[in-house]
Design a protein around this ligand. Structure first.
Ligand code: ADP
Length: 360
């Protein structure tokens, strides 16, 4: 029973064939014919098989195309972000290292009294590095990274979100240690219970909480990170499961300077003096990390535009024809790129942090 691995082009026999019944239907529905899985789906399932050539229990009742979607679209094989790429946020980095990275690296030490929570919430304004932190955690802890936007579960996967959630947690448990990053988690676990709350979104929420409960109690090395710009929308059940809640604020002046320098240096365009950088920092109070990135992008177009204005053709333009980026380029860019977070929004985060945040 089960299925044997007969190489990539071999005739893949899904495990569902062997026990028939309900599971057989799943595959039939997914593929039209039990053994009609295409090569990519087959490869994807083969990778997830144990040494015995069997698909792990958790994945057996799931539709192959959903497993494939999780493996190809949601699982990020190379998150490619390190701590050093993230400006500022020293406090968050320190907490995350202790709470999350050490336990993932040394599960033997972090058990019993030291056993870590399995749910982490990163909240704060958009574009402040929450996703970067999630990726860096996976990178530093050598874990597999899964990224899903909760709003896609309700919009793109209408009616199927529940099954996709099962596939997501199922694949993650085969890929431990794993970090599951759920962006906009408020849209999934919101406390708003409008009259017309769809049955399907309620079921999705329930399924999600069940999955979380499942790995929270076990010895699985899976960490769930939820990110949100609207923490106040989370209900009590969600807060209870996301035991650590870290505020990821707007970048400090030093962090903004670091972002400017880092991005320009990478491209060999940095030639600003200390005073000029200070001026830029003073002018960018309230800008998020991603606002800063957009600002640098815009400013770095200045030298290019100027060179073209002098009559050099774009096809003939050489790097040497362009001067470094100046303070004036930034001053111009500041008129185009405005901060995306308002003061009043910031107040909301502070309040929520005081009430529910961890280690602040
Ligand atoms: P969030 O998840 O908080 O909405 P992201 O982590 O996706 O924000 O950040 C968006 C982009 O903004 C990043 O790819 C990065 O270029 C830039 N950025 C944001 N915060 C920082 C930071 N602290 N350090 C460096 N870059 C940042």
């Amino acid at each position: 029973y089960g299925f044997s691995r007969r190489g990539i082009r071999g005739n893949f026999v899904p495990p569902i064939k062997s026990n028939g019944g309900n599971t057989g239907n799943m595959t039939t529905r997914a593929t039209g014919k039990d053994d009609a899985l295409d090569d990519s789906t087959r490869r994807c399932l083969e990778i997830l098989c144990g040494p015995d050539g069997e698909l792990p229990e958790k994945l057996r009742n799931l539709e192959p195309r959903l497993i494939e979607h999780v493996s190809n679209e949601i699982m990020d094989r190379d998150p490619n972000v390190r701590w050093d790429d993230i400006a500022g946020l020293e406090h968050a980095k320190k907490c995350v290292t202790e709470m999350v990275i050490w336990p993932l690296l040394r599960p033997d030490i972090f058990k019993g009294c030291r056993s870590p929570g399995k749910g982490l919430l990163l909240f704060g304004p958009p574009g402040t590095g929450k996703t970067m932190i999630g990726k860096a955690i996976a990178g530093e802890a050598k874990a597999t990274f899964f990224y899903i936007s909760a709003s896609s579960l309700t919009s793109k996967w209408i009616g199927e979100g529940e099954k996709l959630v099962r596939a997501l947690f199922g694949v993650a448990s085969c890929r431990q240690p794993a970090v599951i990053f759920v962006d906009e988690i408020d849209s999934l676990l919101s406390q708003r219970k409008s009259e017309g709350e769809h049955e399907s979104s309620r079921r999705l929420k329930t399924q999600f909480l069940i999955e979380m409960e499942g790995f929270d109690s076990g010895s699985e090395q899976i960490l769930l990170i939820g990110a949100t710009n609207r923490p106040q929308e989370l209900d009590e059940a969600a807060r209870r499961r996301l035991t650590k809640r870290l505020y990821i604020p707007l970048p400090s002046s030093e962090a903004r300077a670091w972002i400017v320098r880092n991005l320009l240096e990478k491209d060999g365009l940095f030639k600003l003096s200390k005073e000029e950088i200070d001026t830029i920092c003073n002018l960018t109070e309230g800008y998020s990390g991603s606002d800063m990135k957009n600002l640098v992008k815009d400013a770095s177009m200045g030298p290019l535009r100027e060179a073209l204005k002098q009559g050099i053709e774009i096809t003939k333009l050489k790097k040497e024809d362009m001067r470094p980026v100046t303070l004036q380029d930034f001053e111009k860019a500041l008129q185009e790129v405005r901060p995306s977070v308002s003061l009043s929004e910031l107040g909301t985060y502070d309040e929520w942090n005081k009430q529910f945040g961890s280690l602040s």
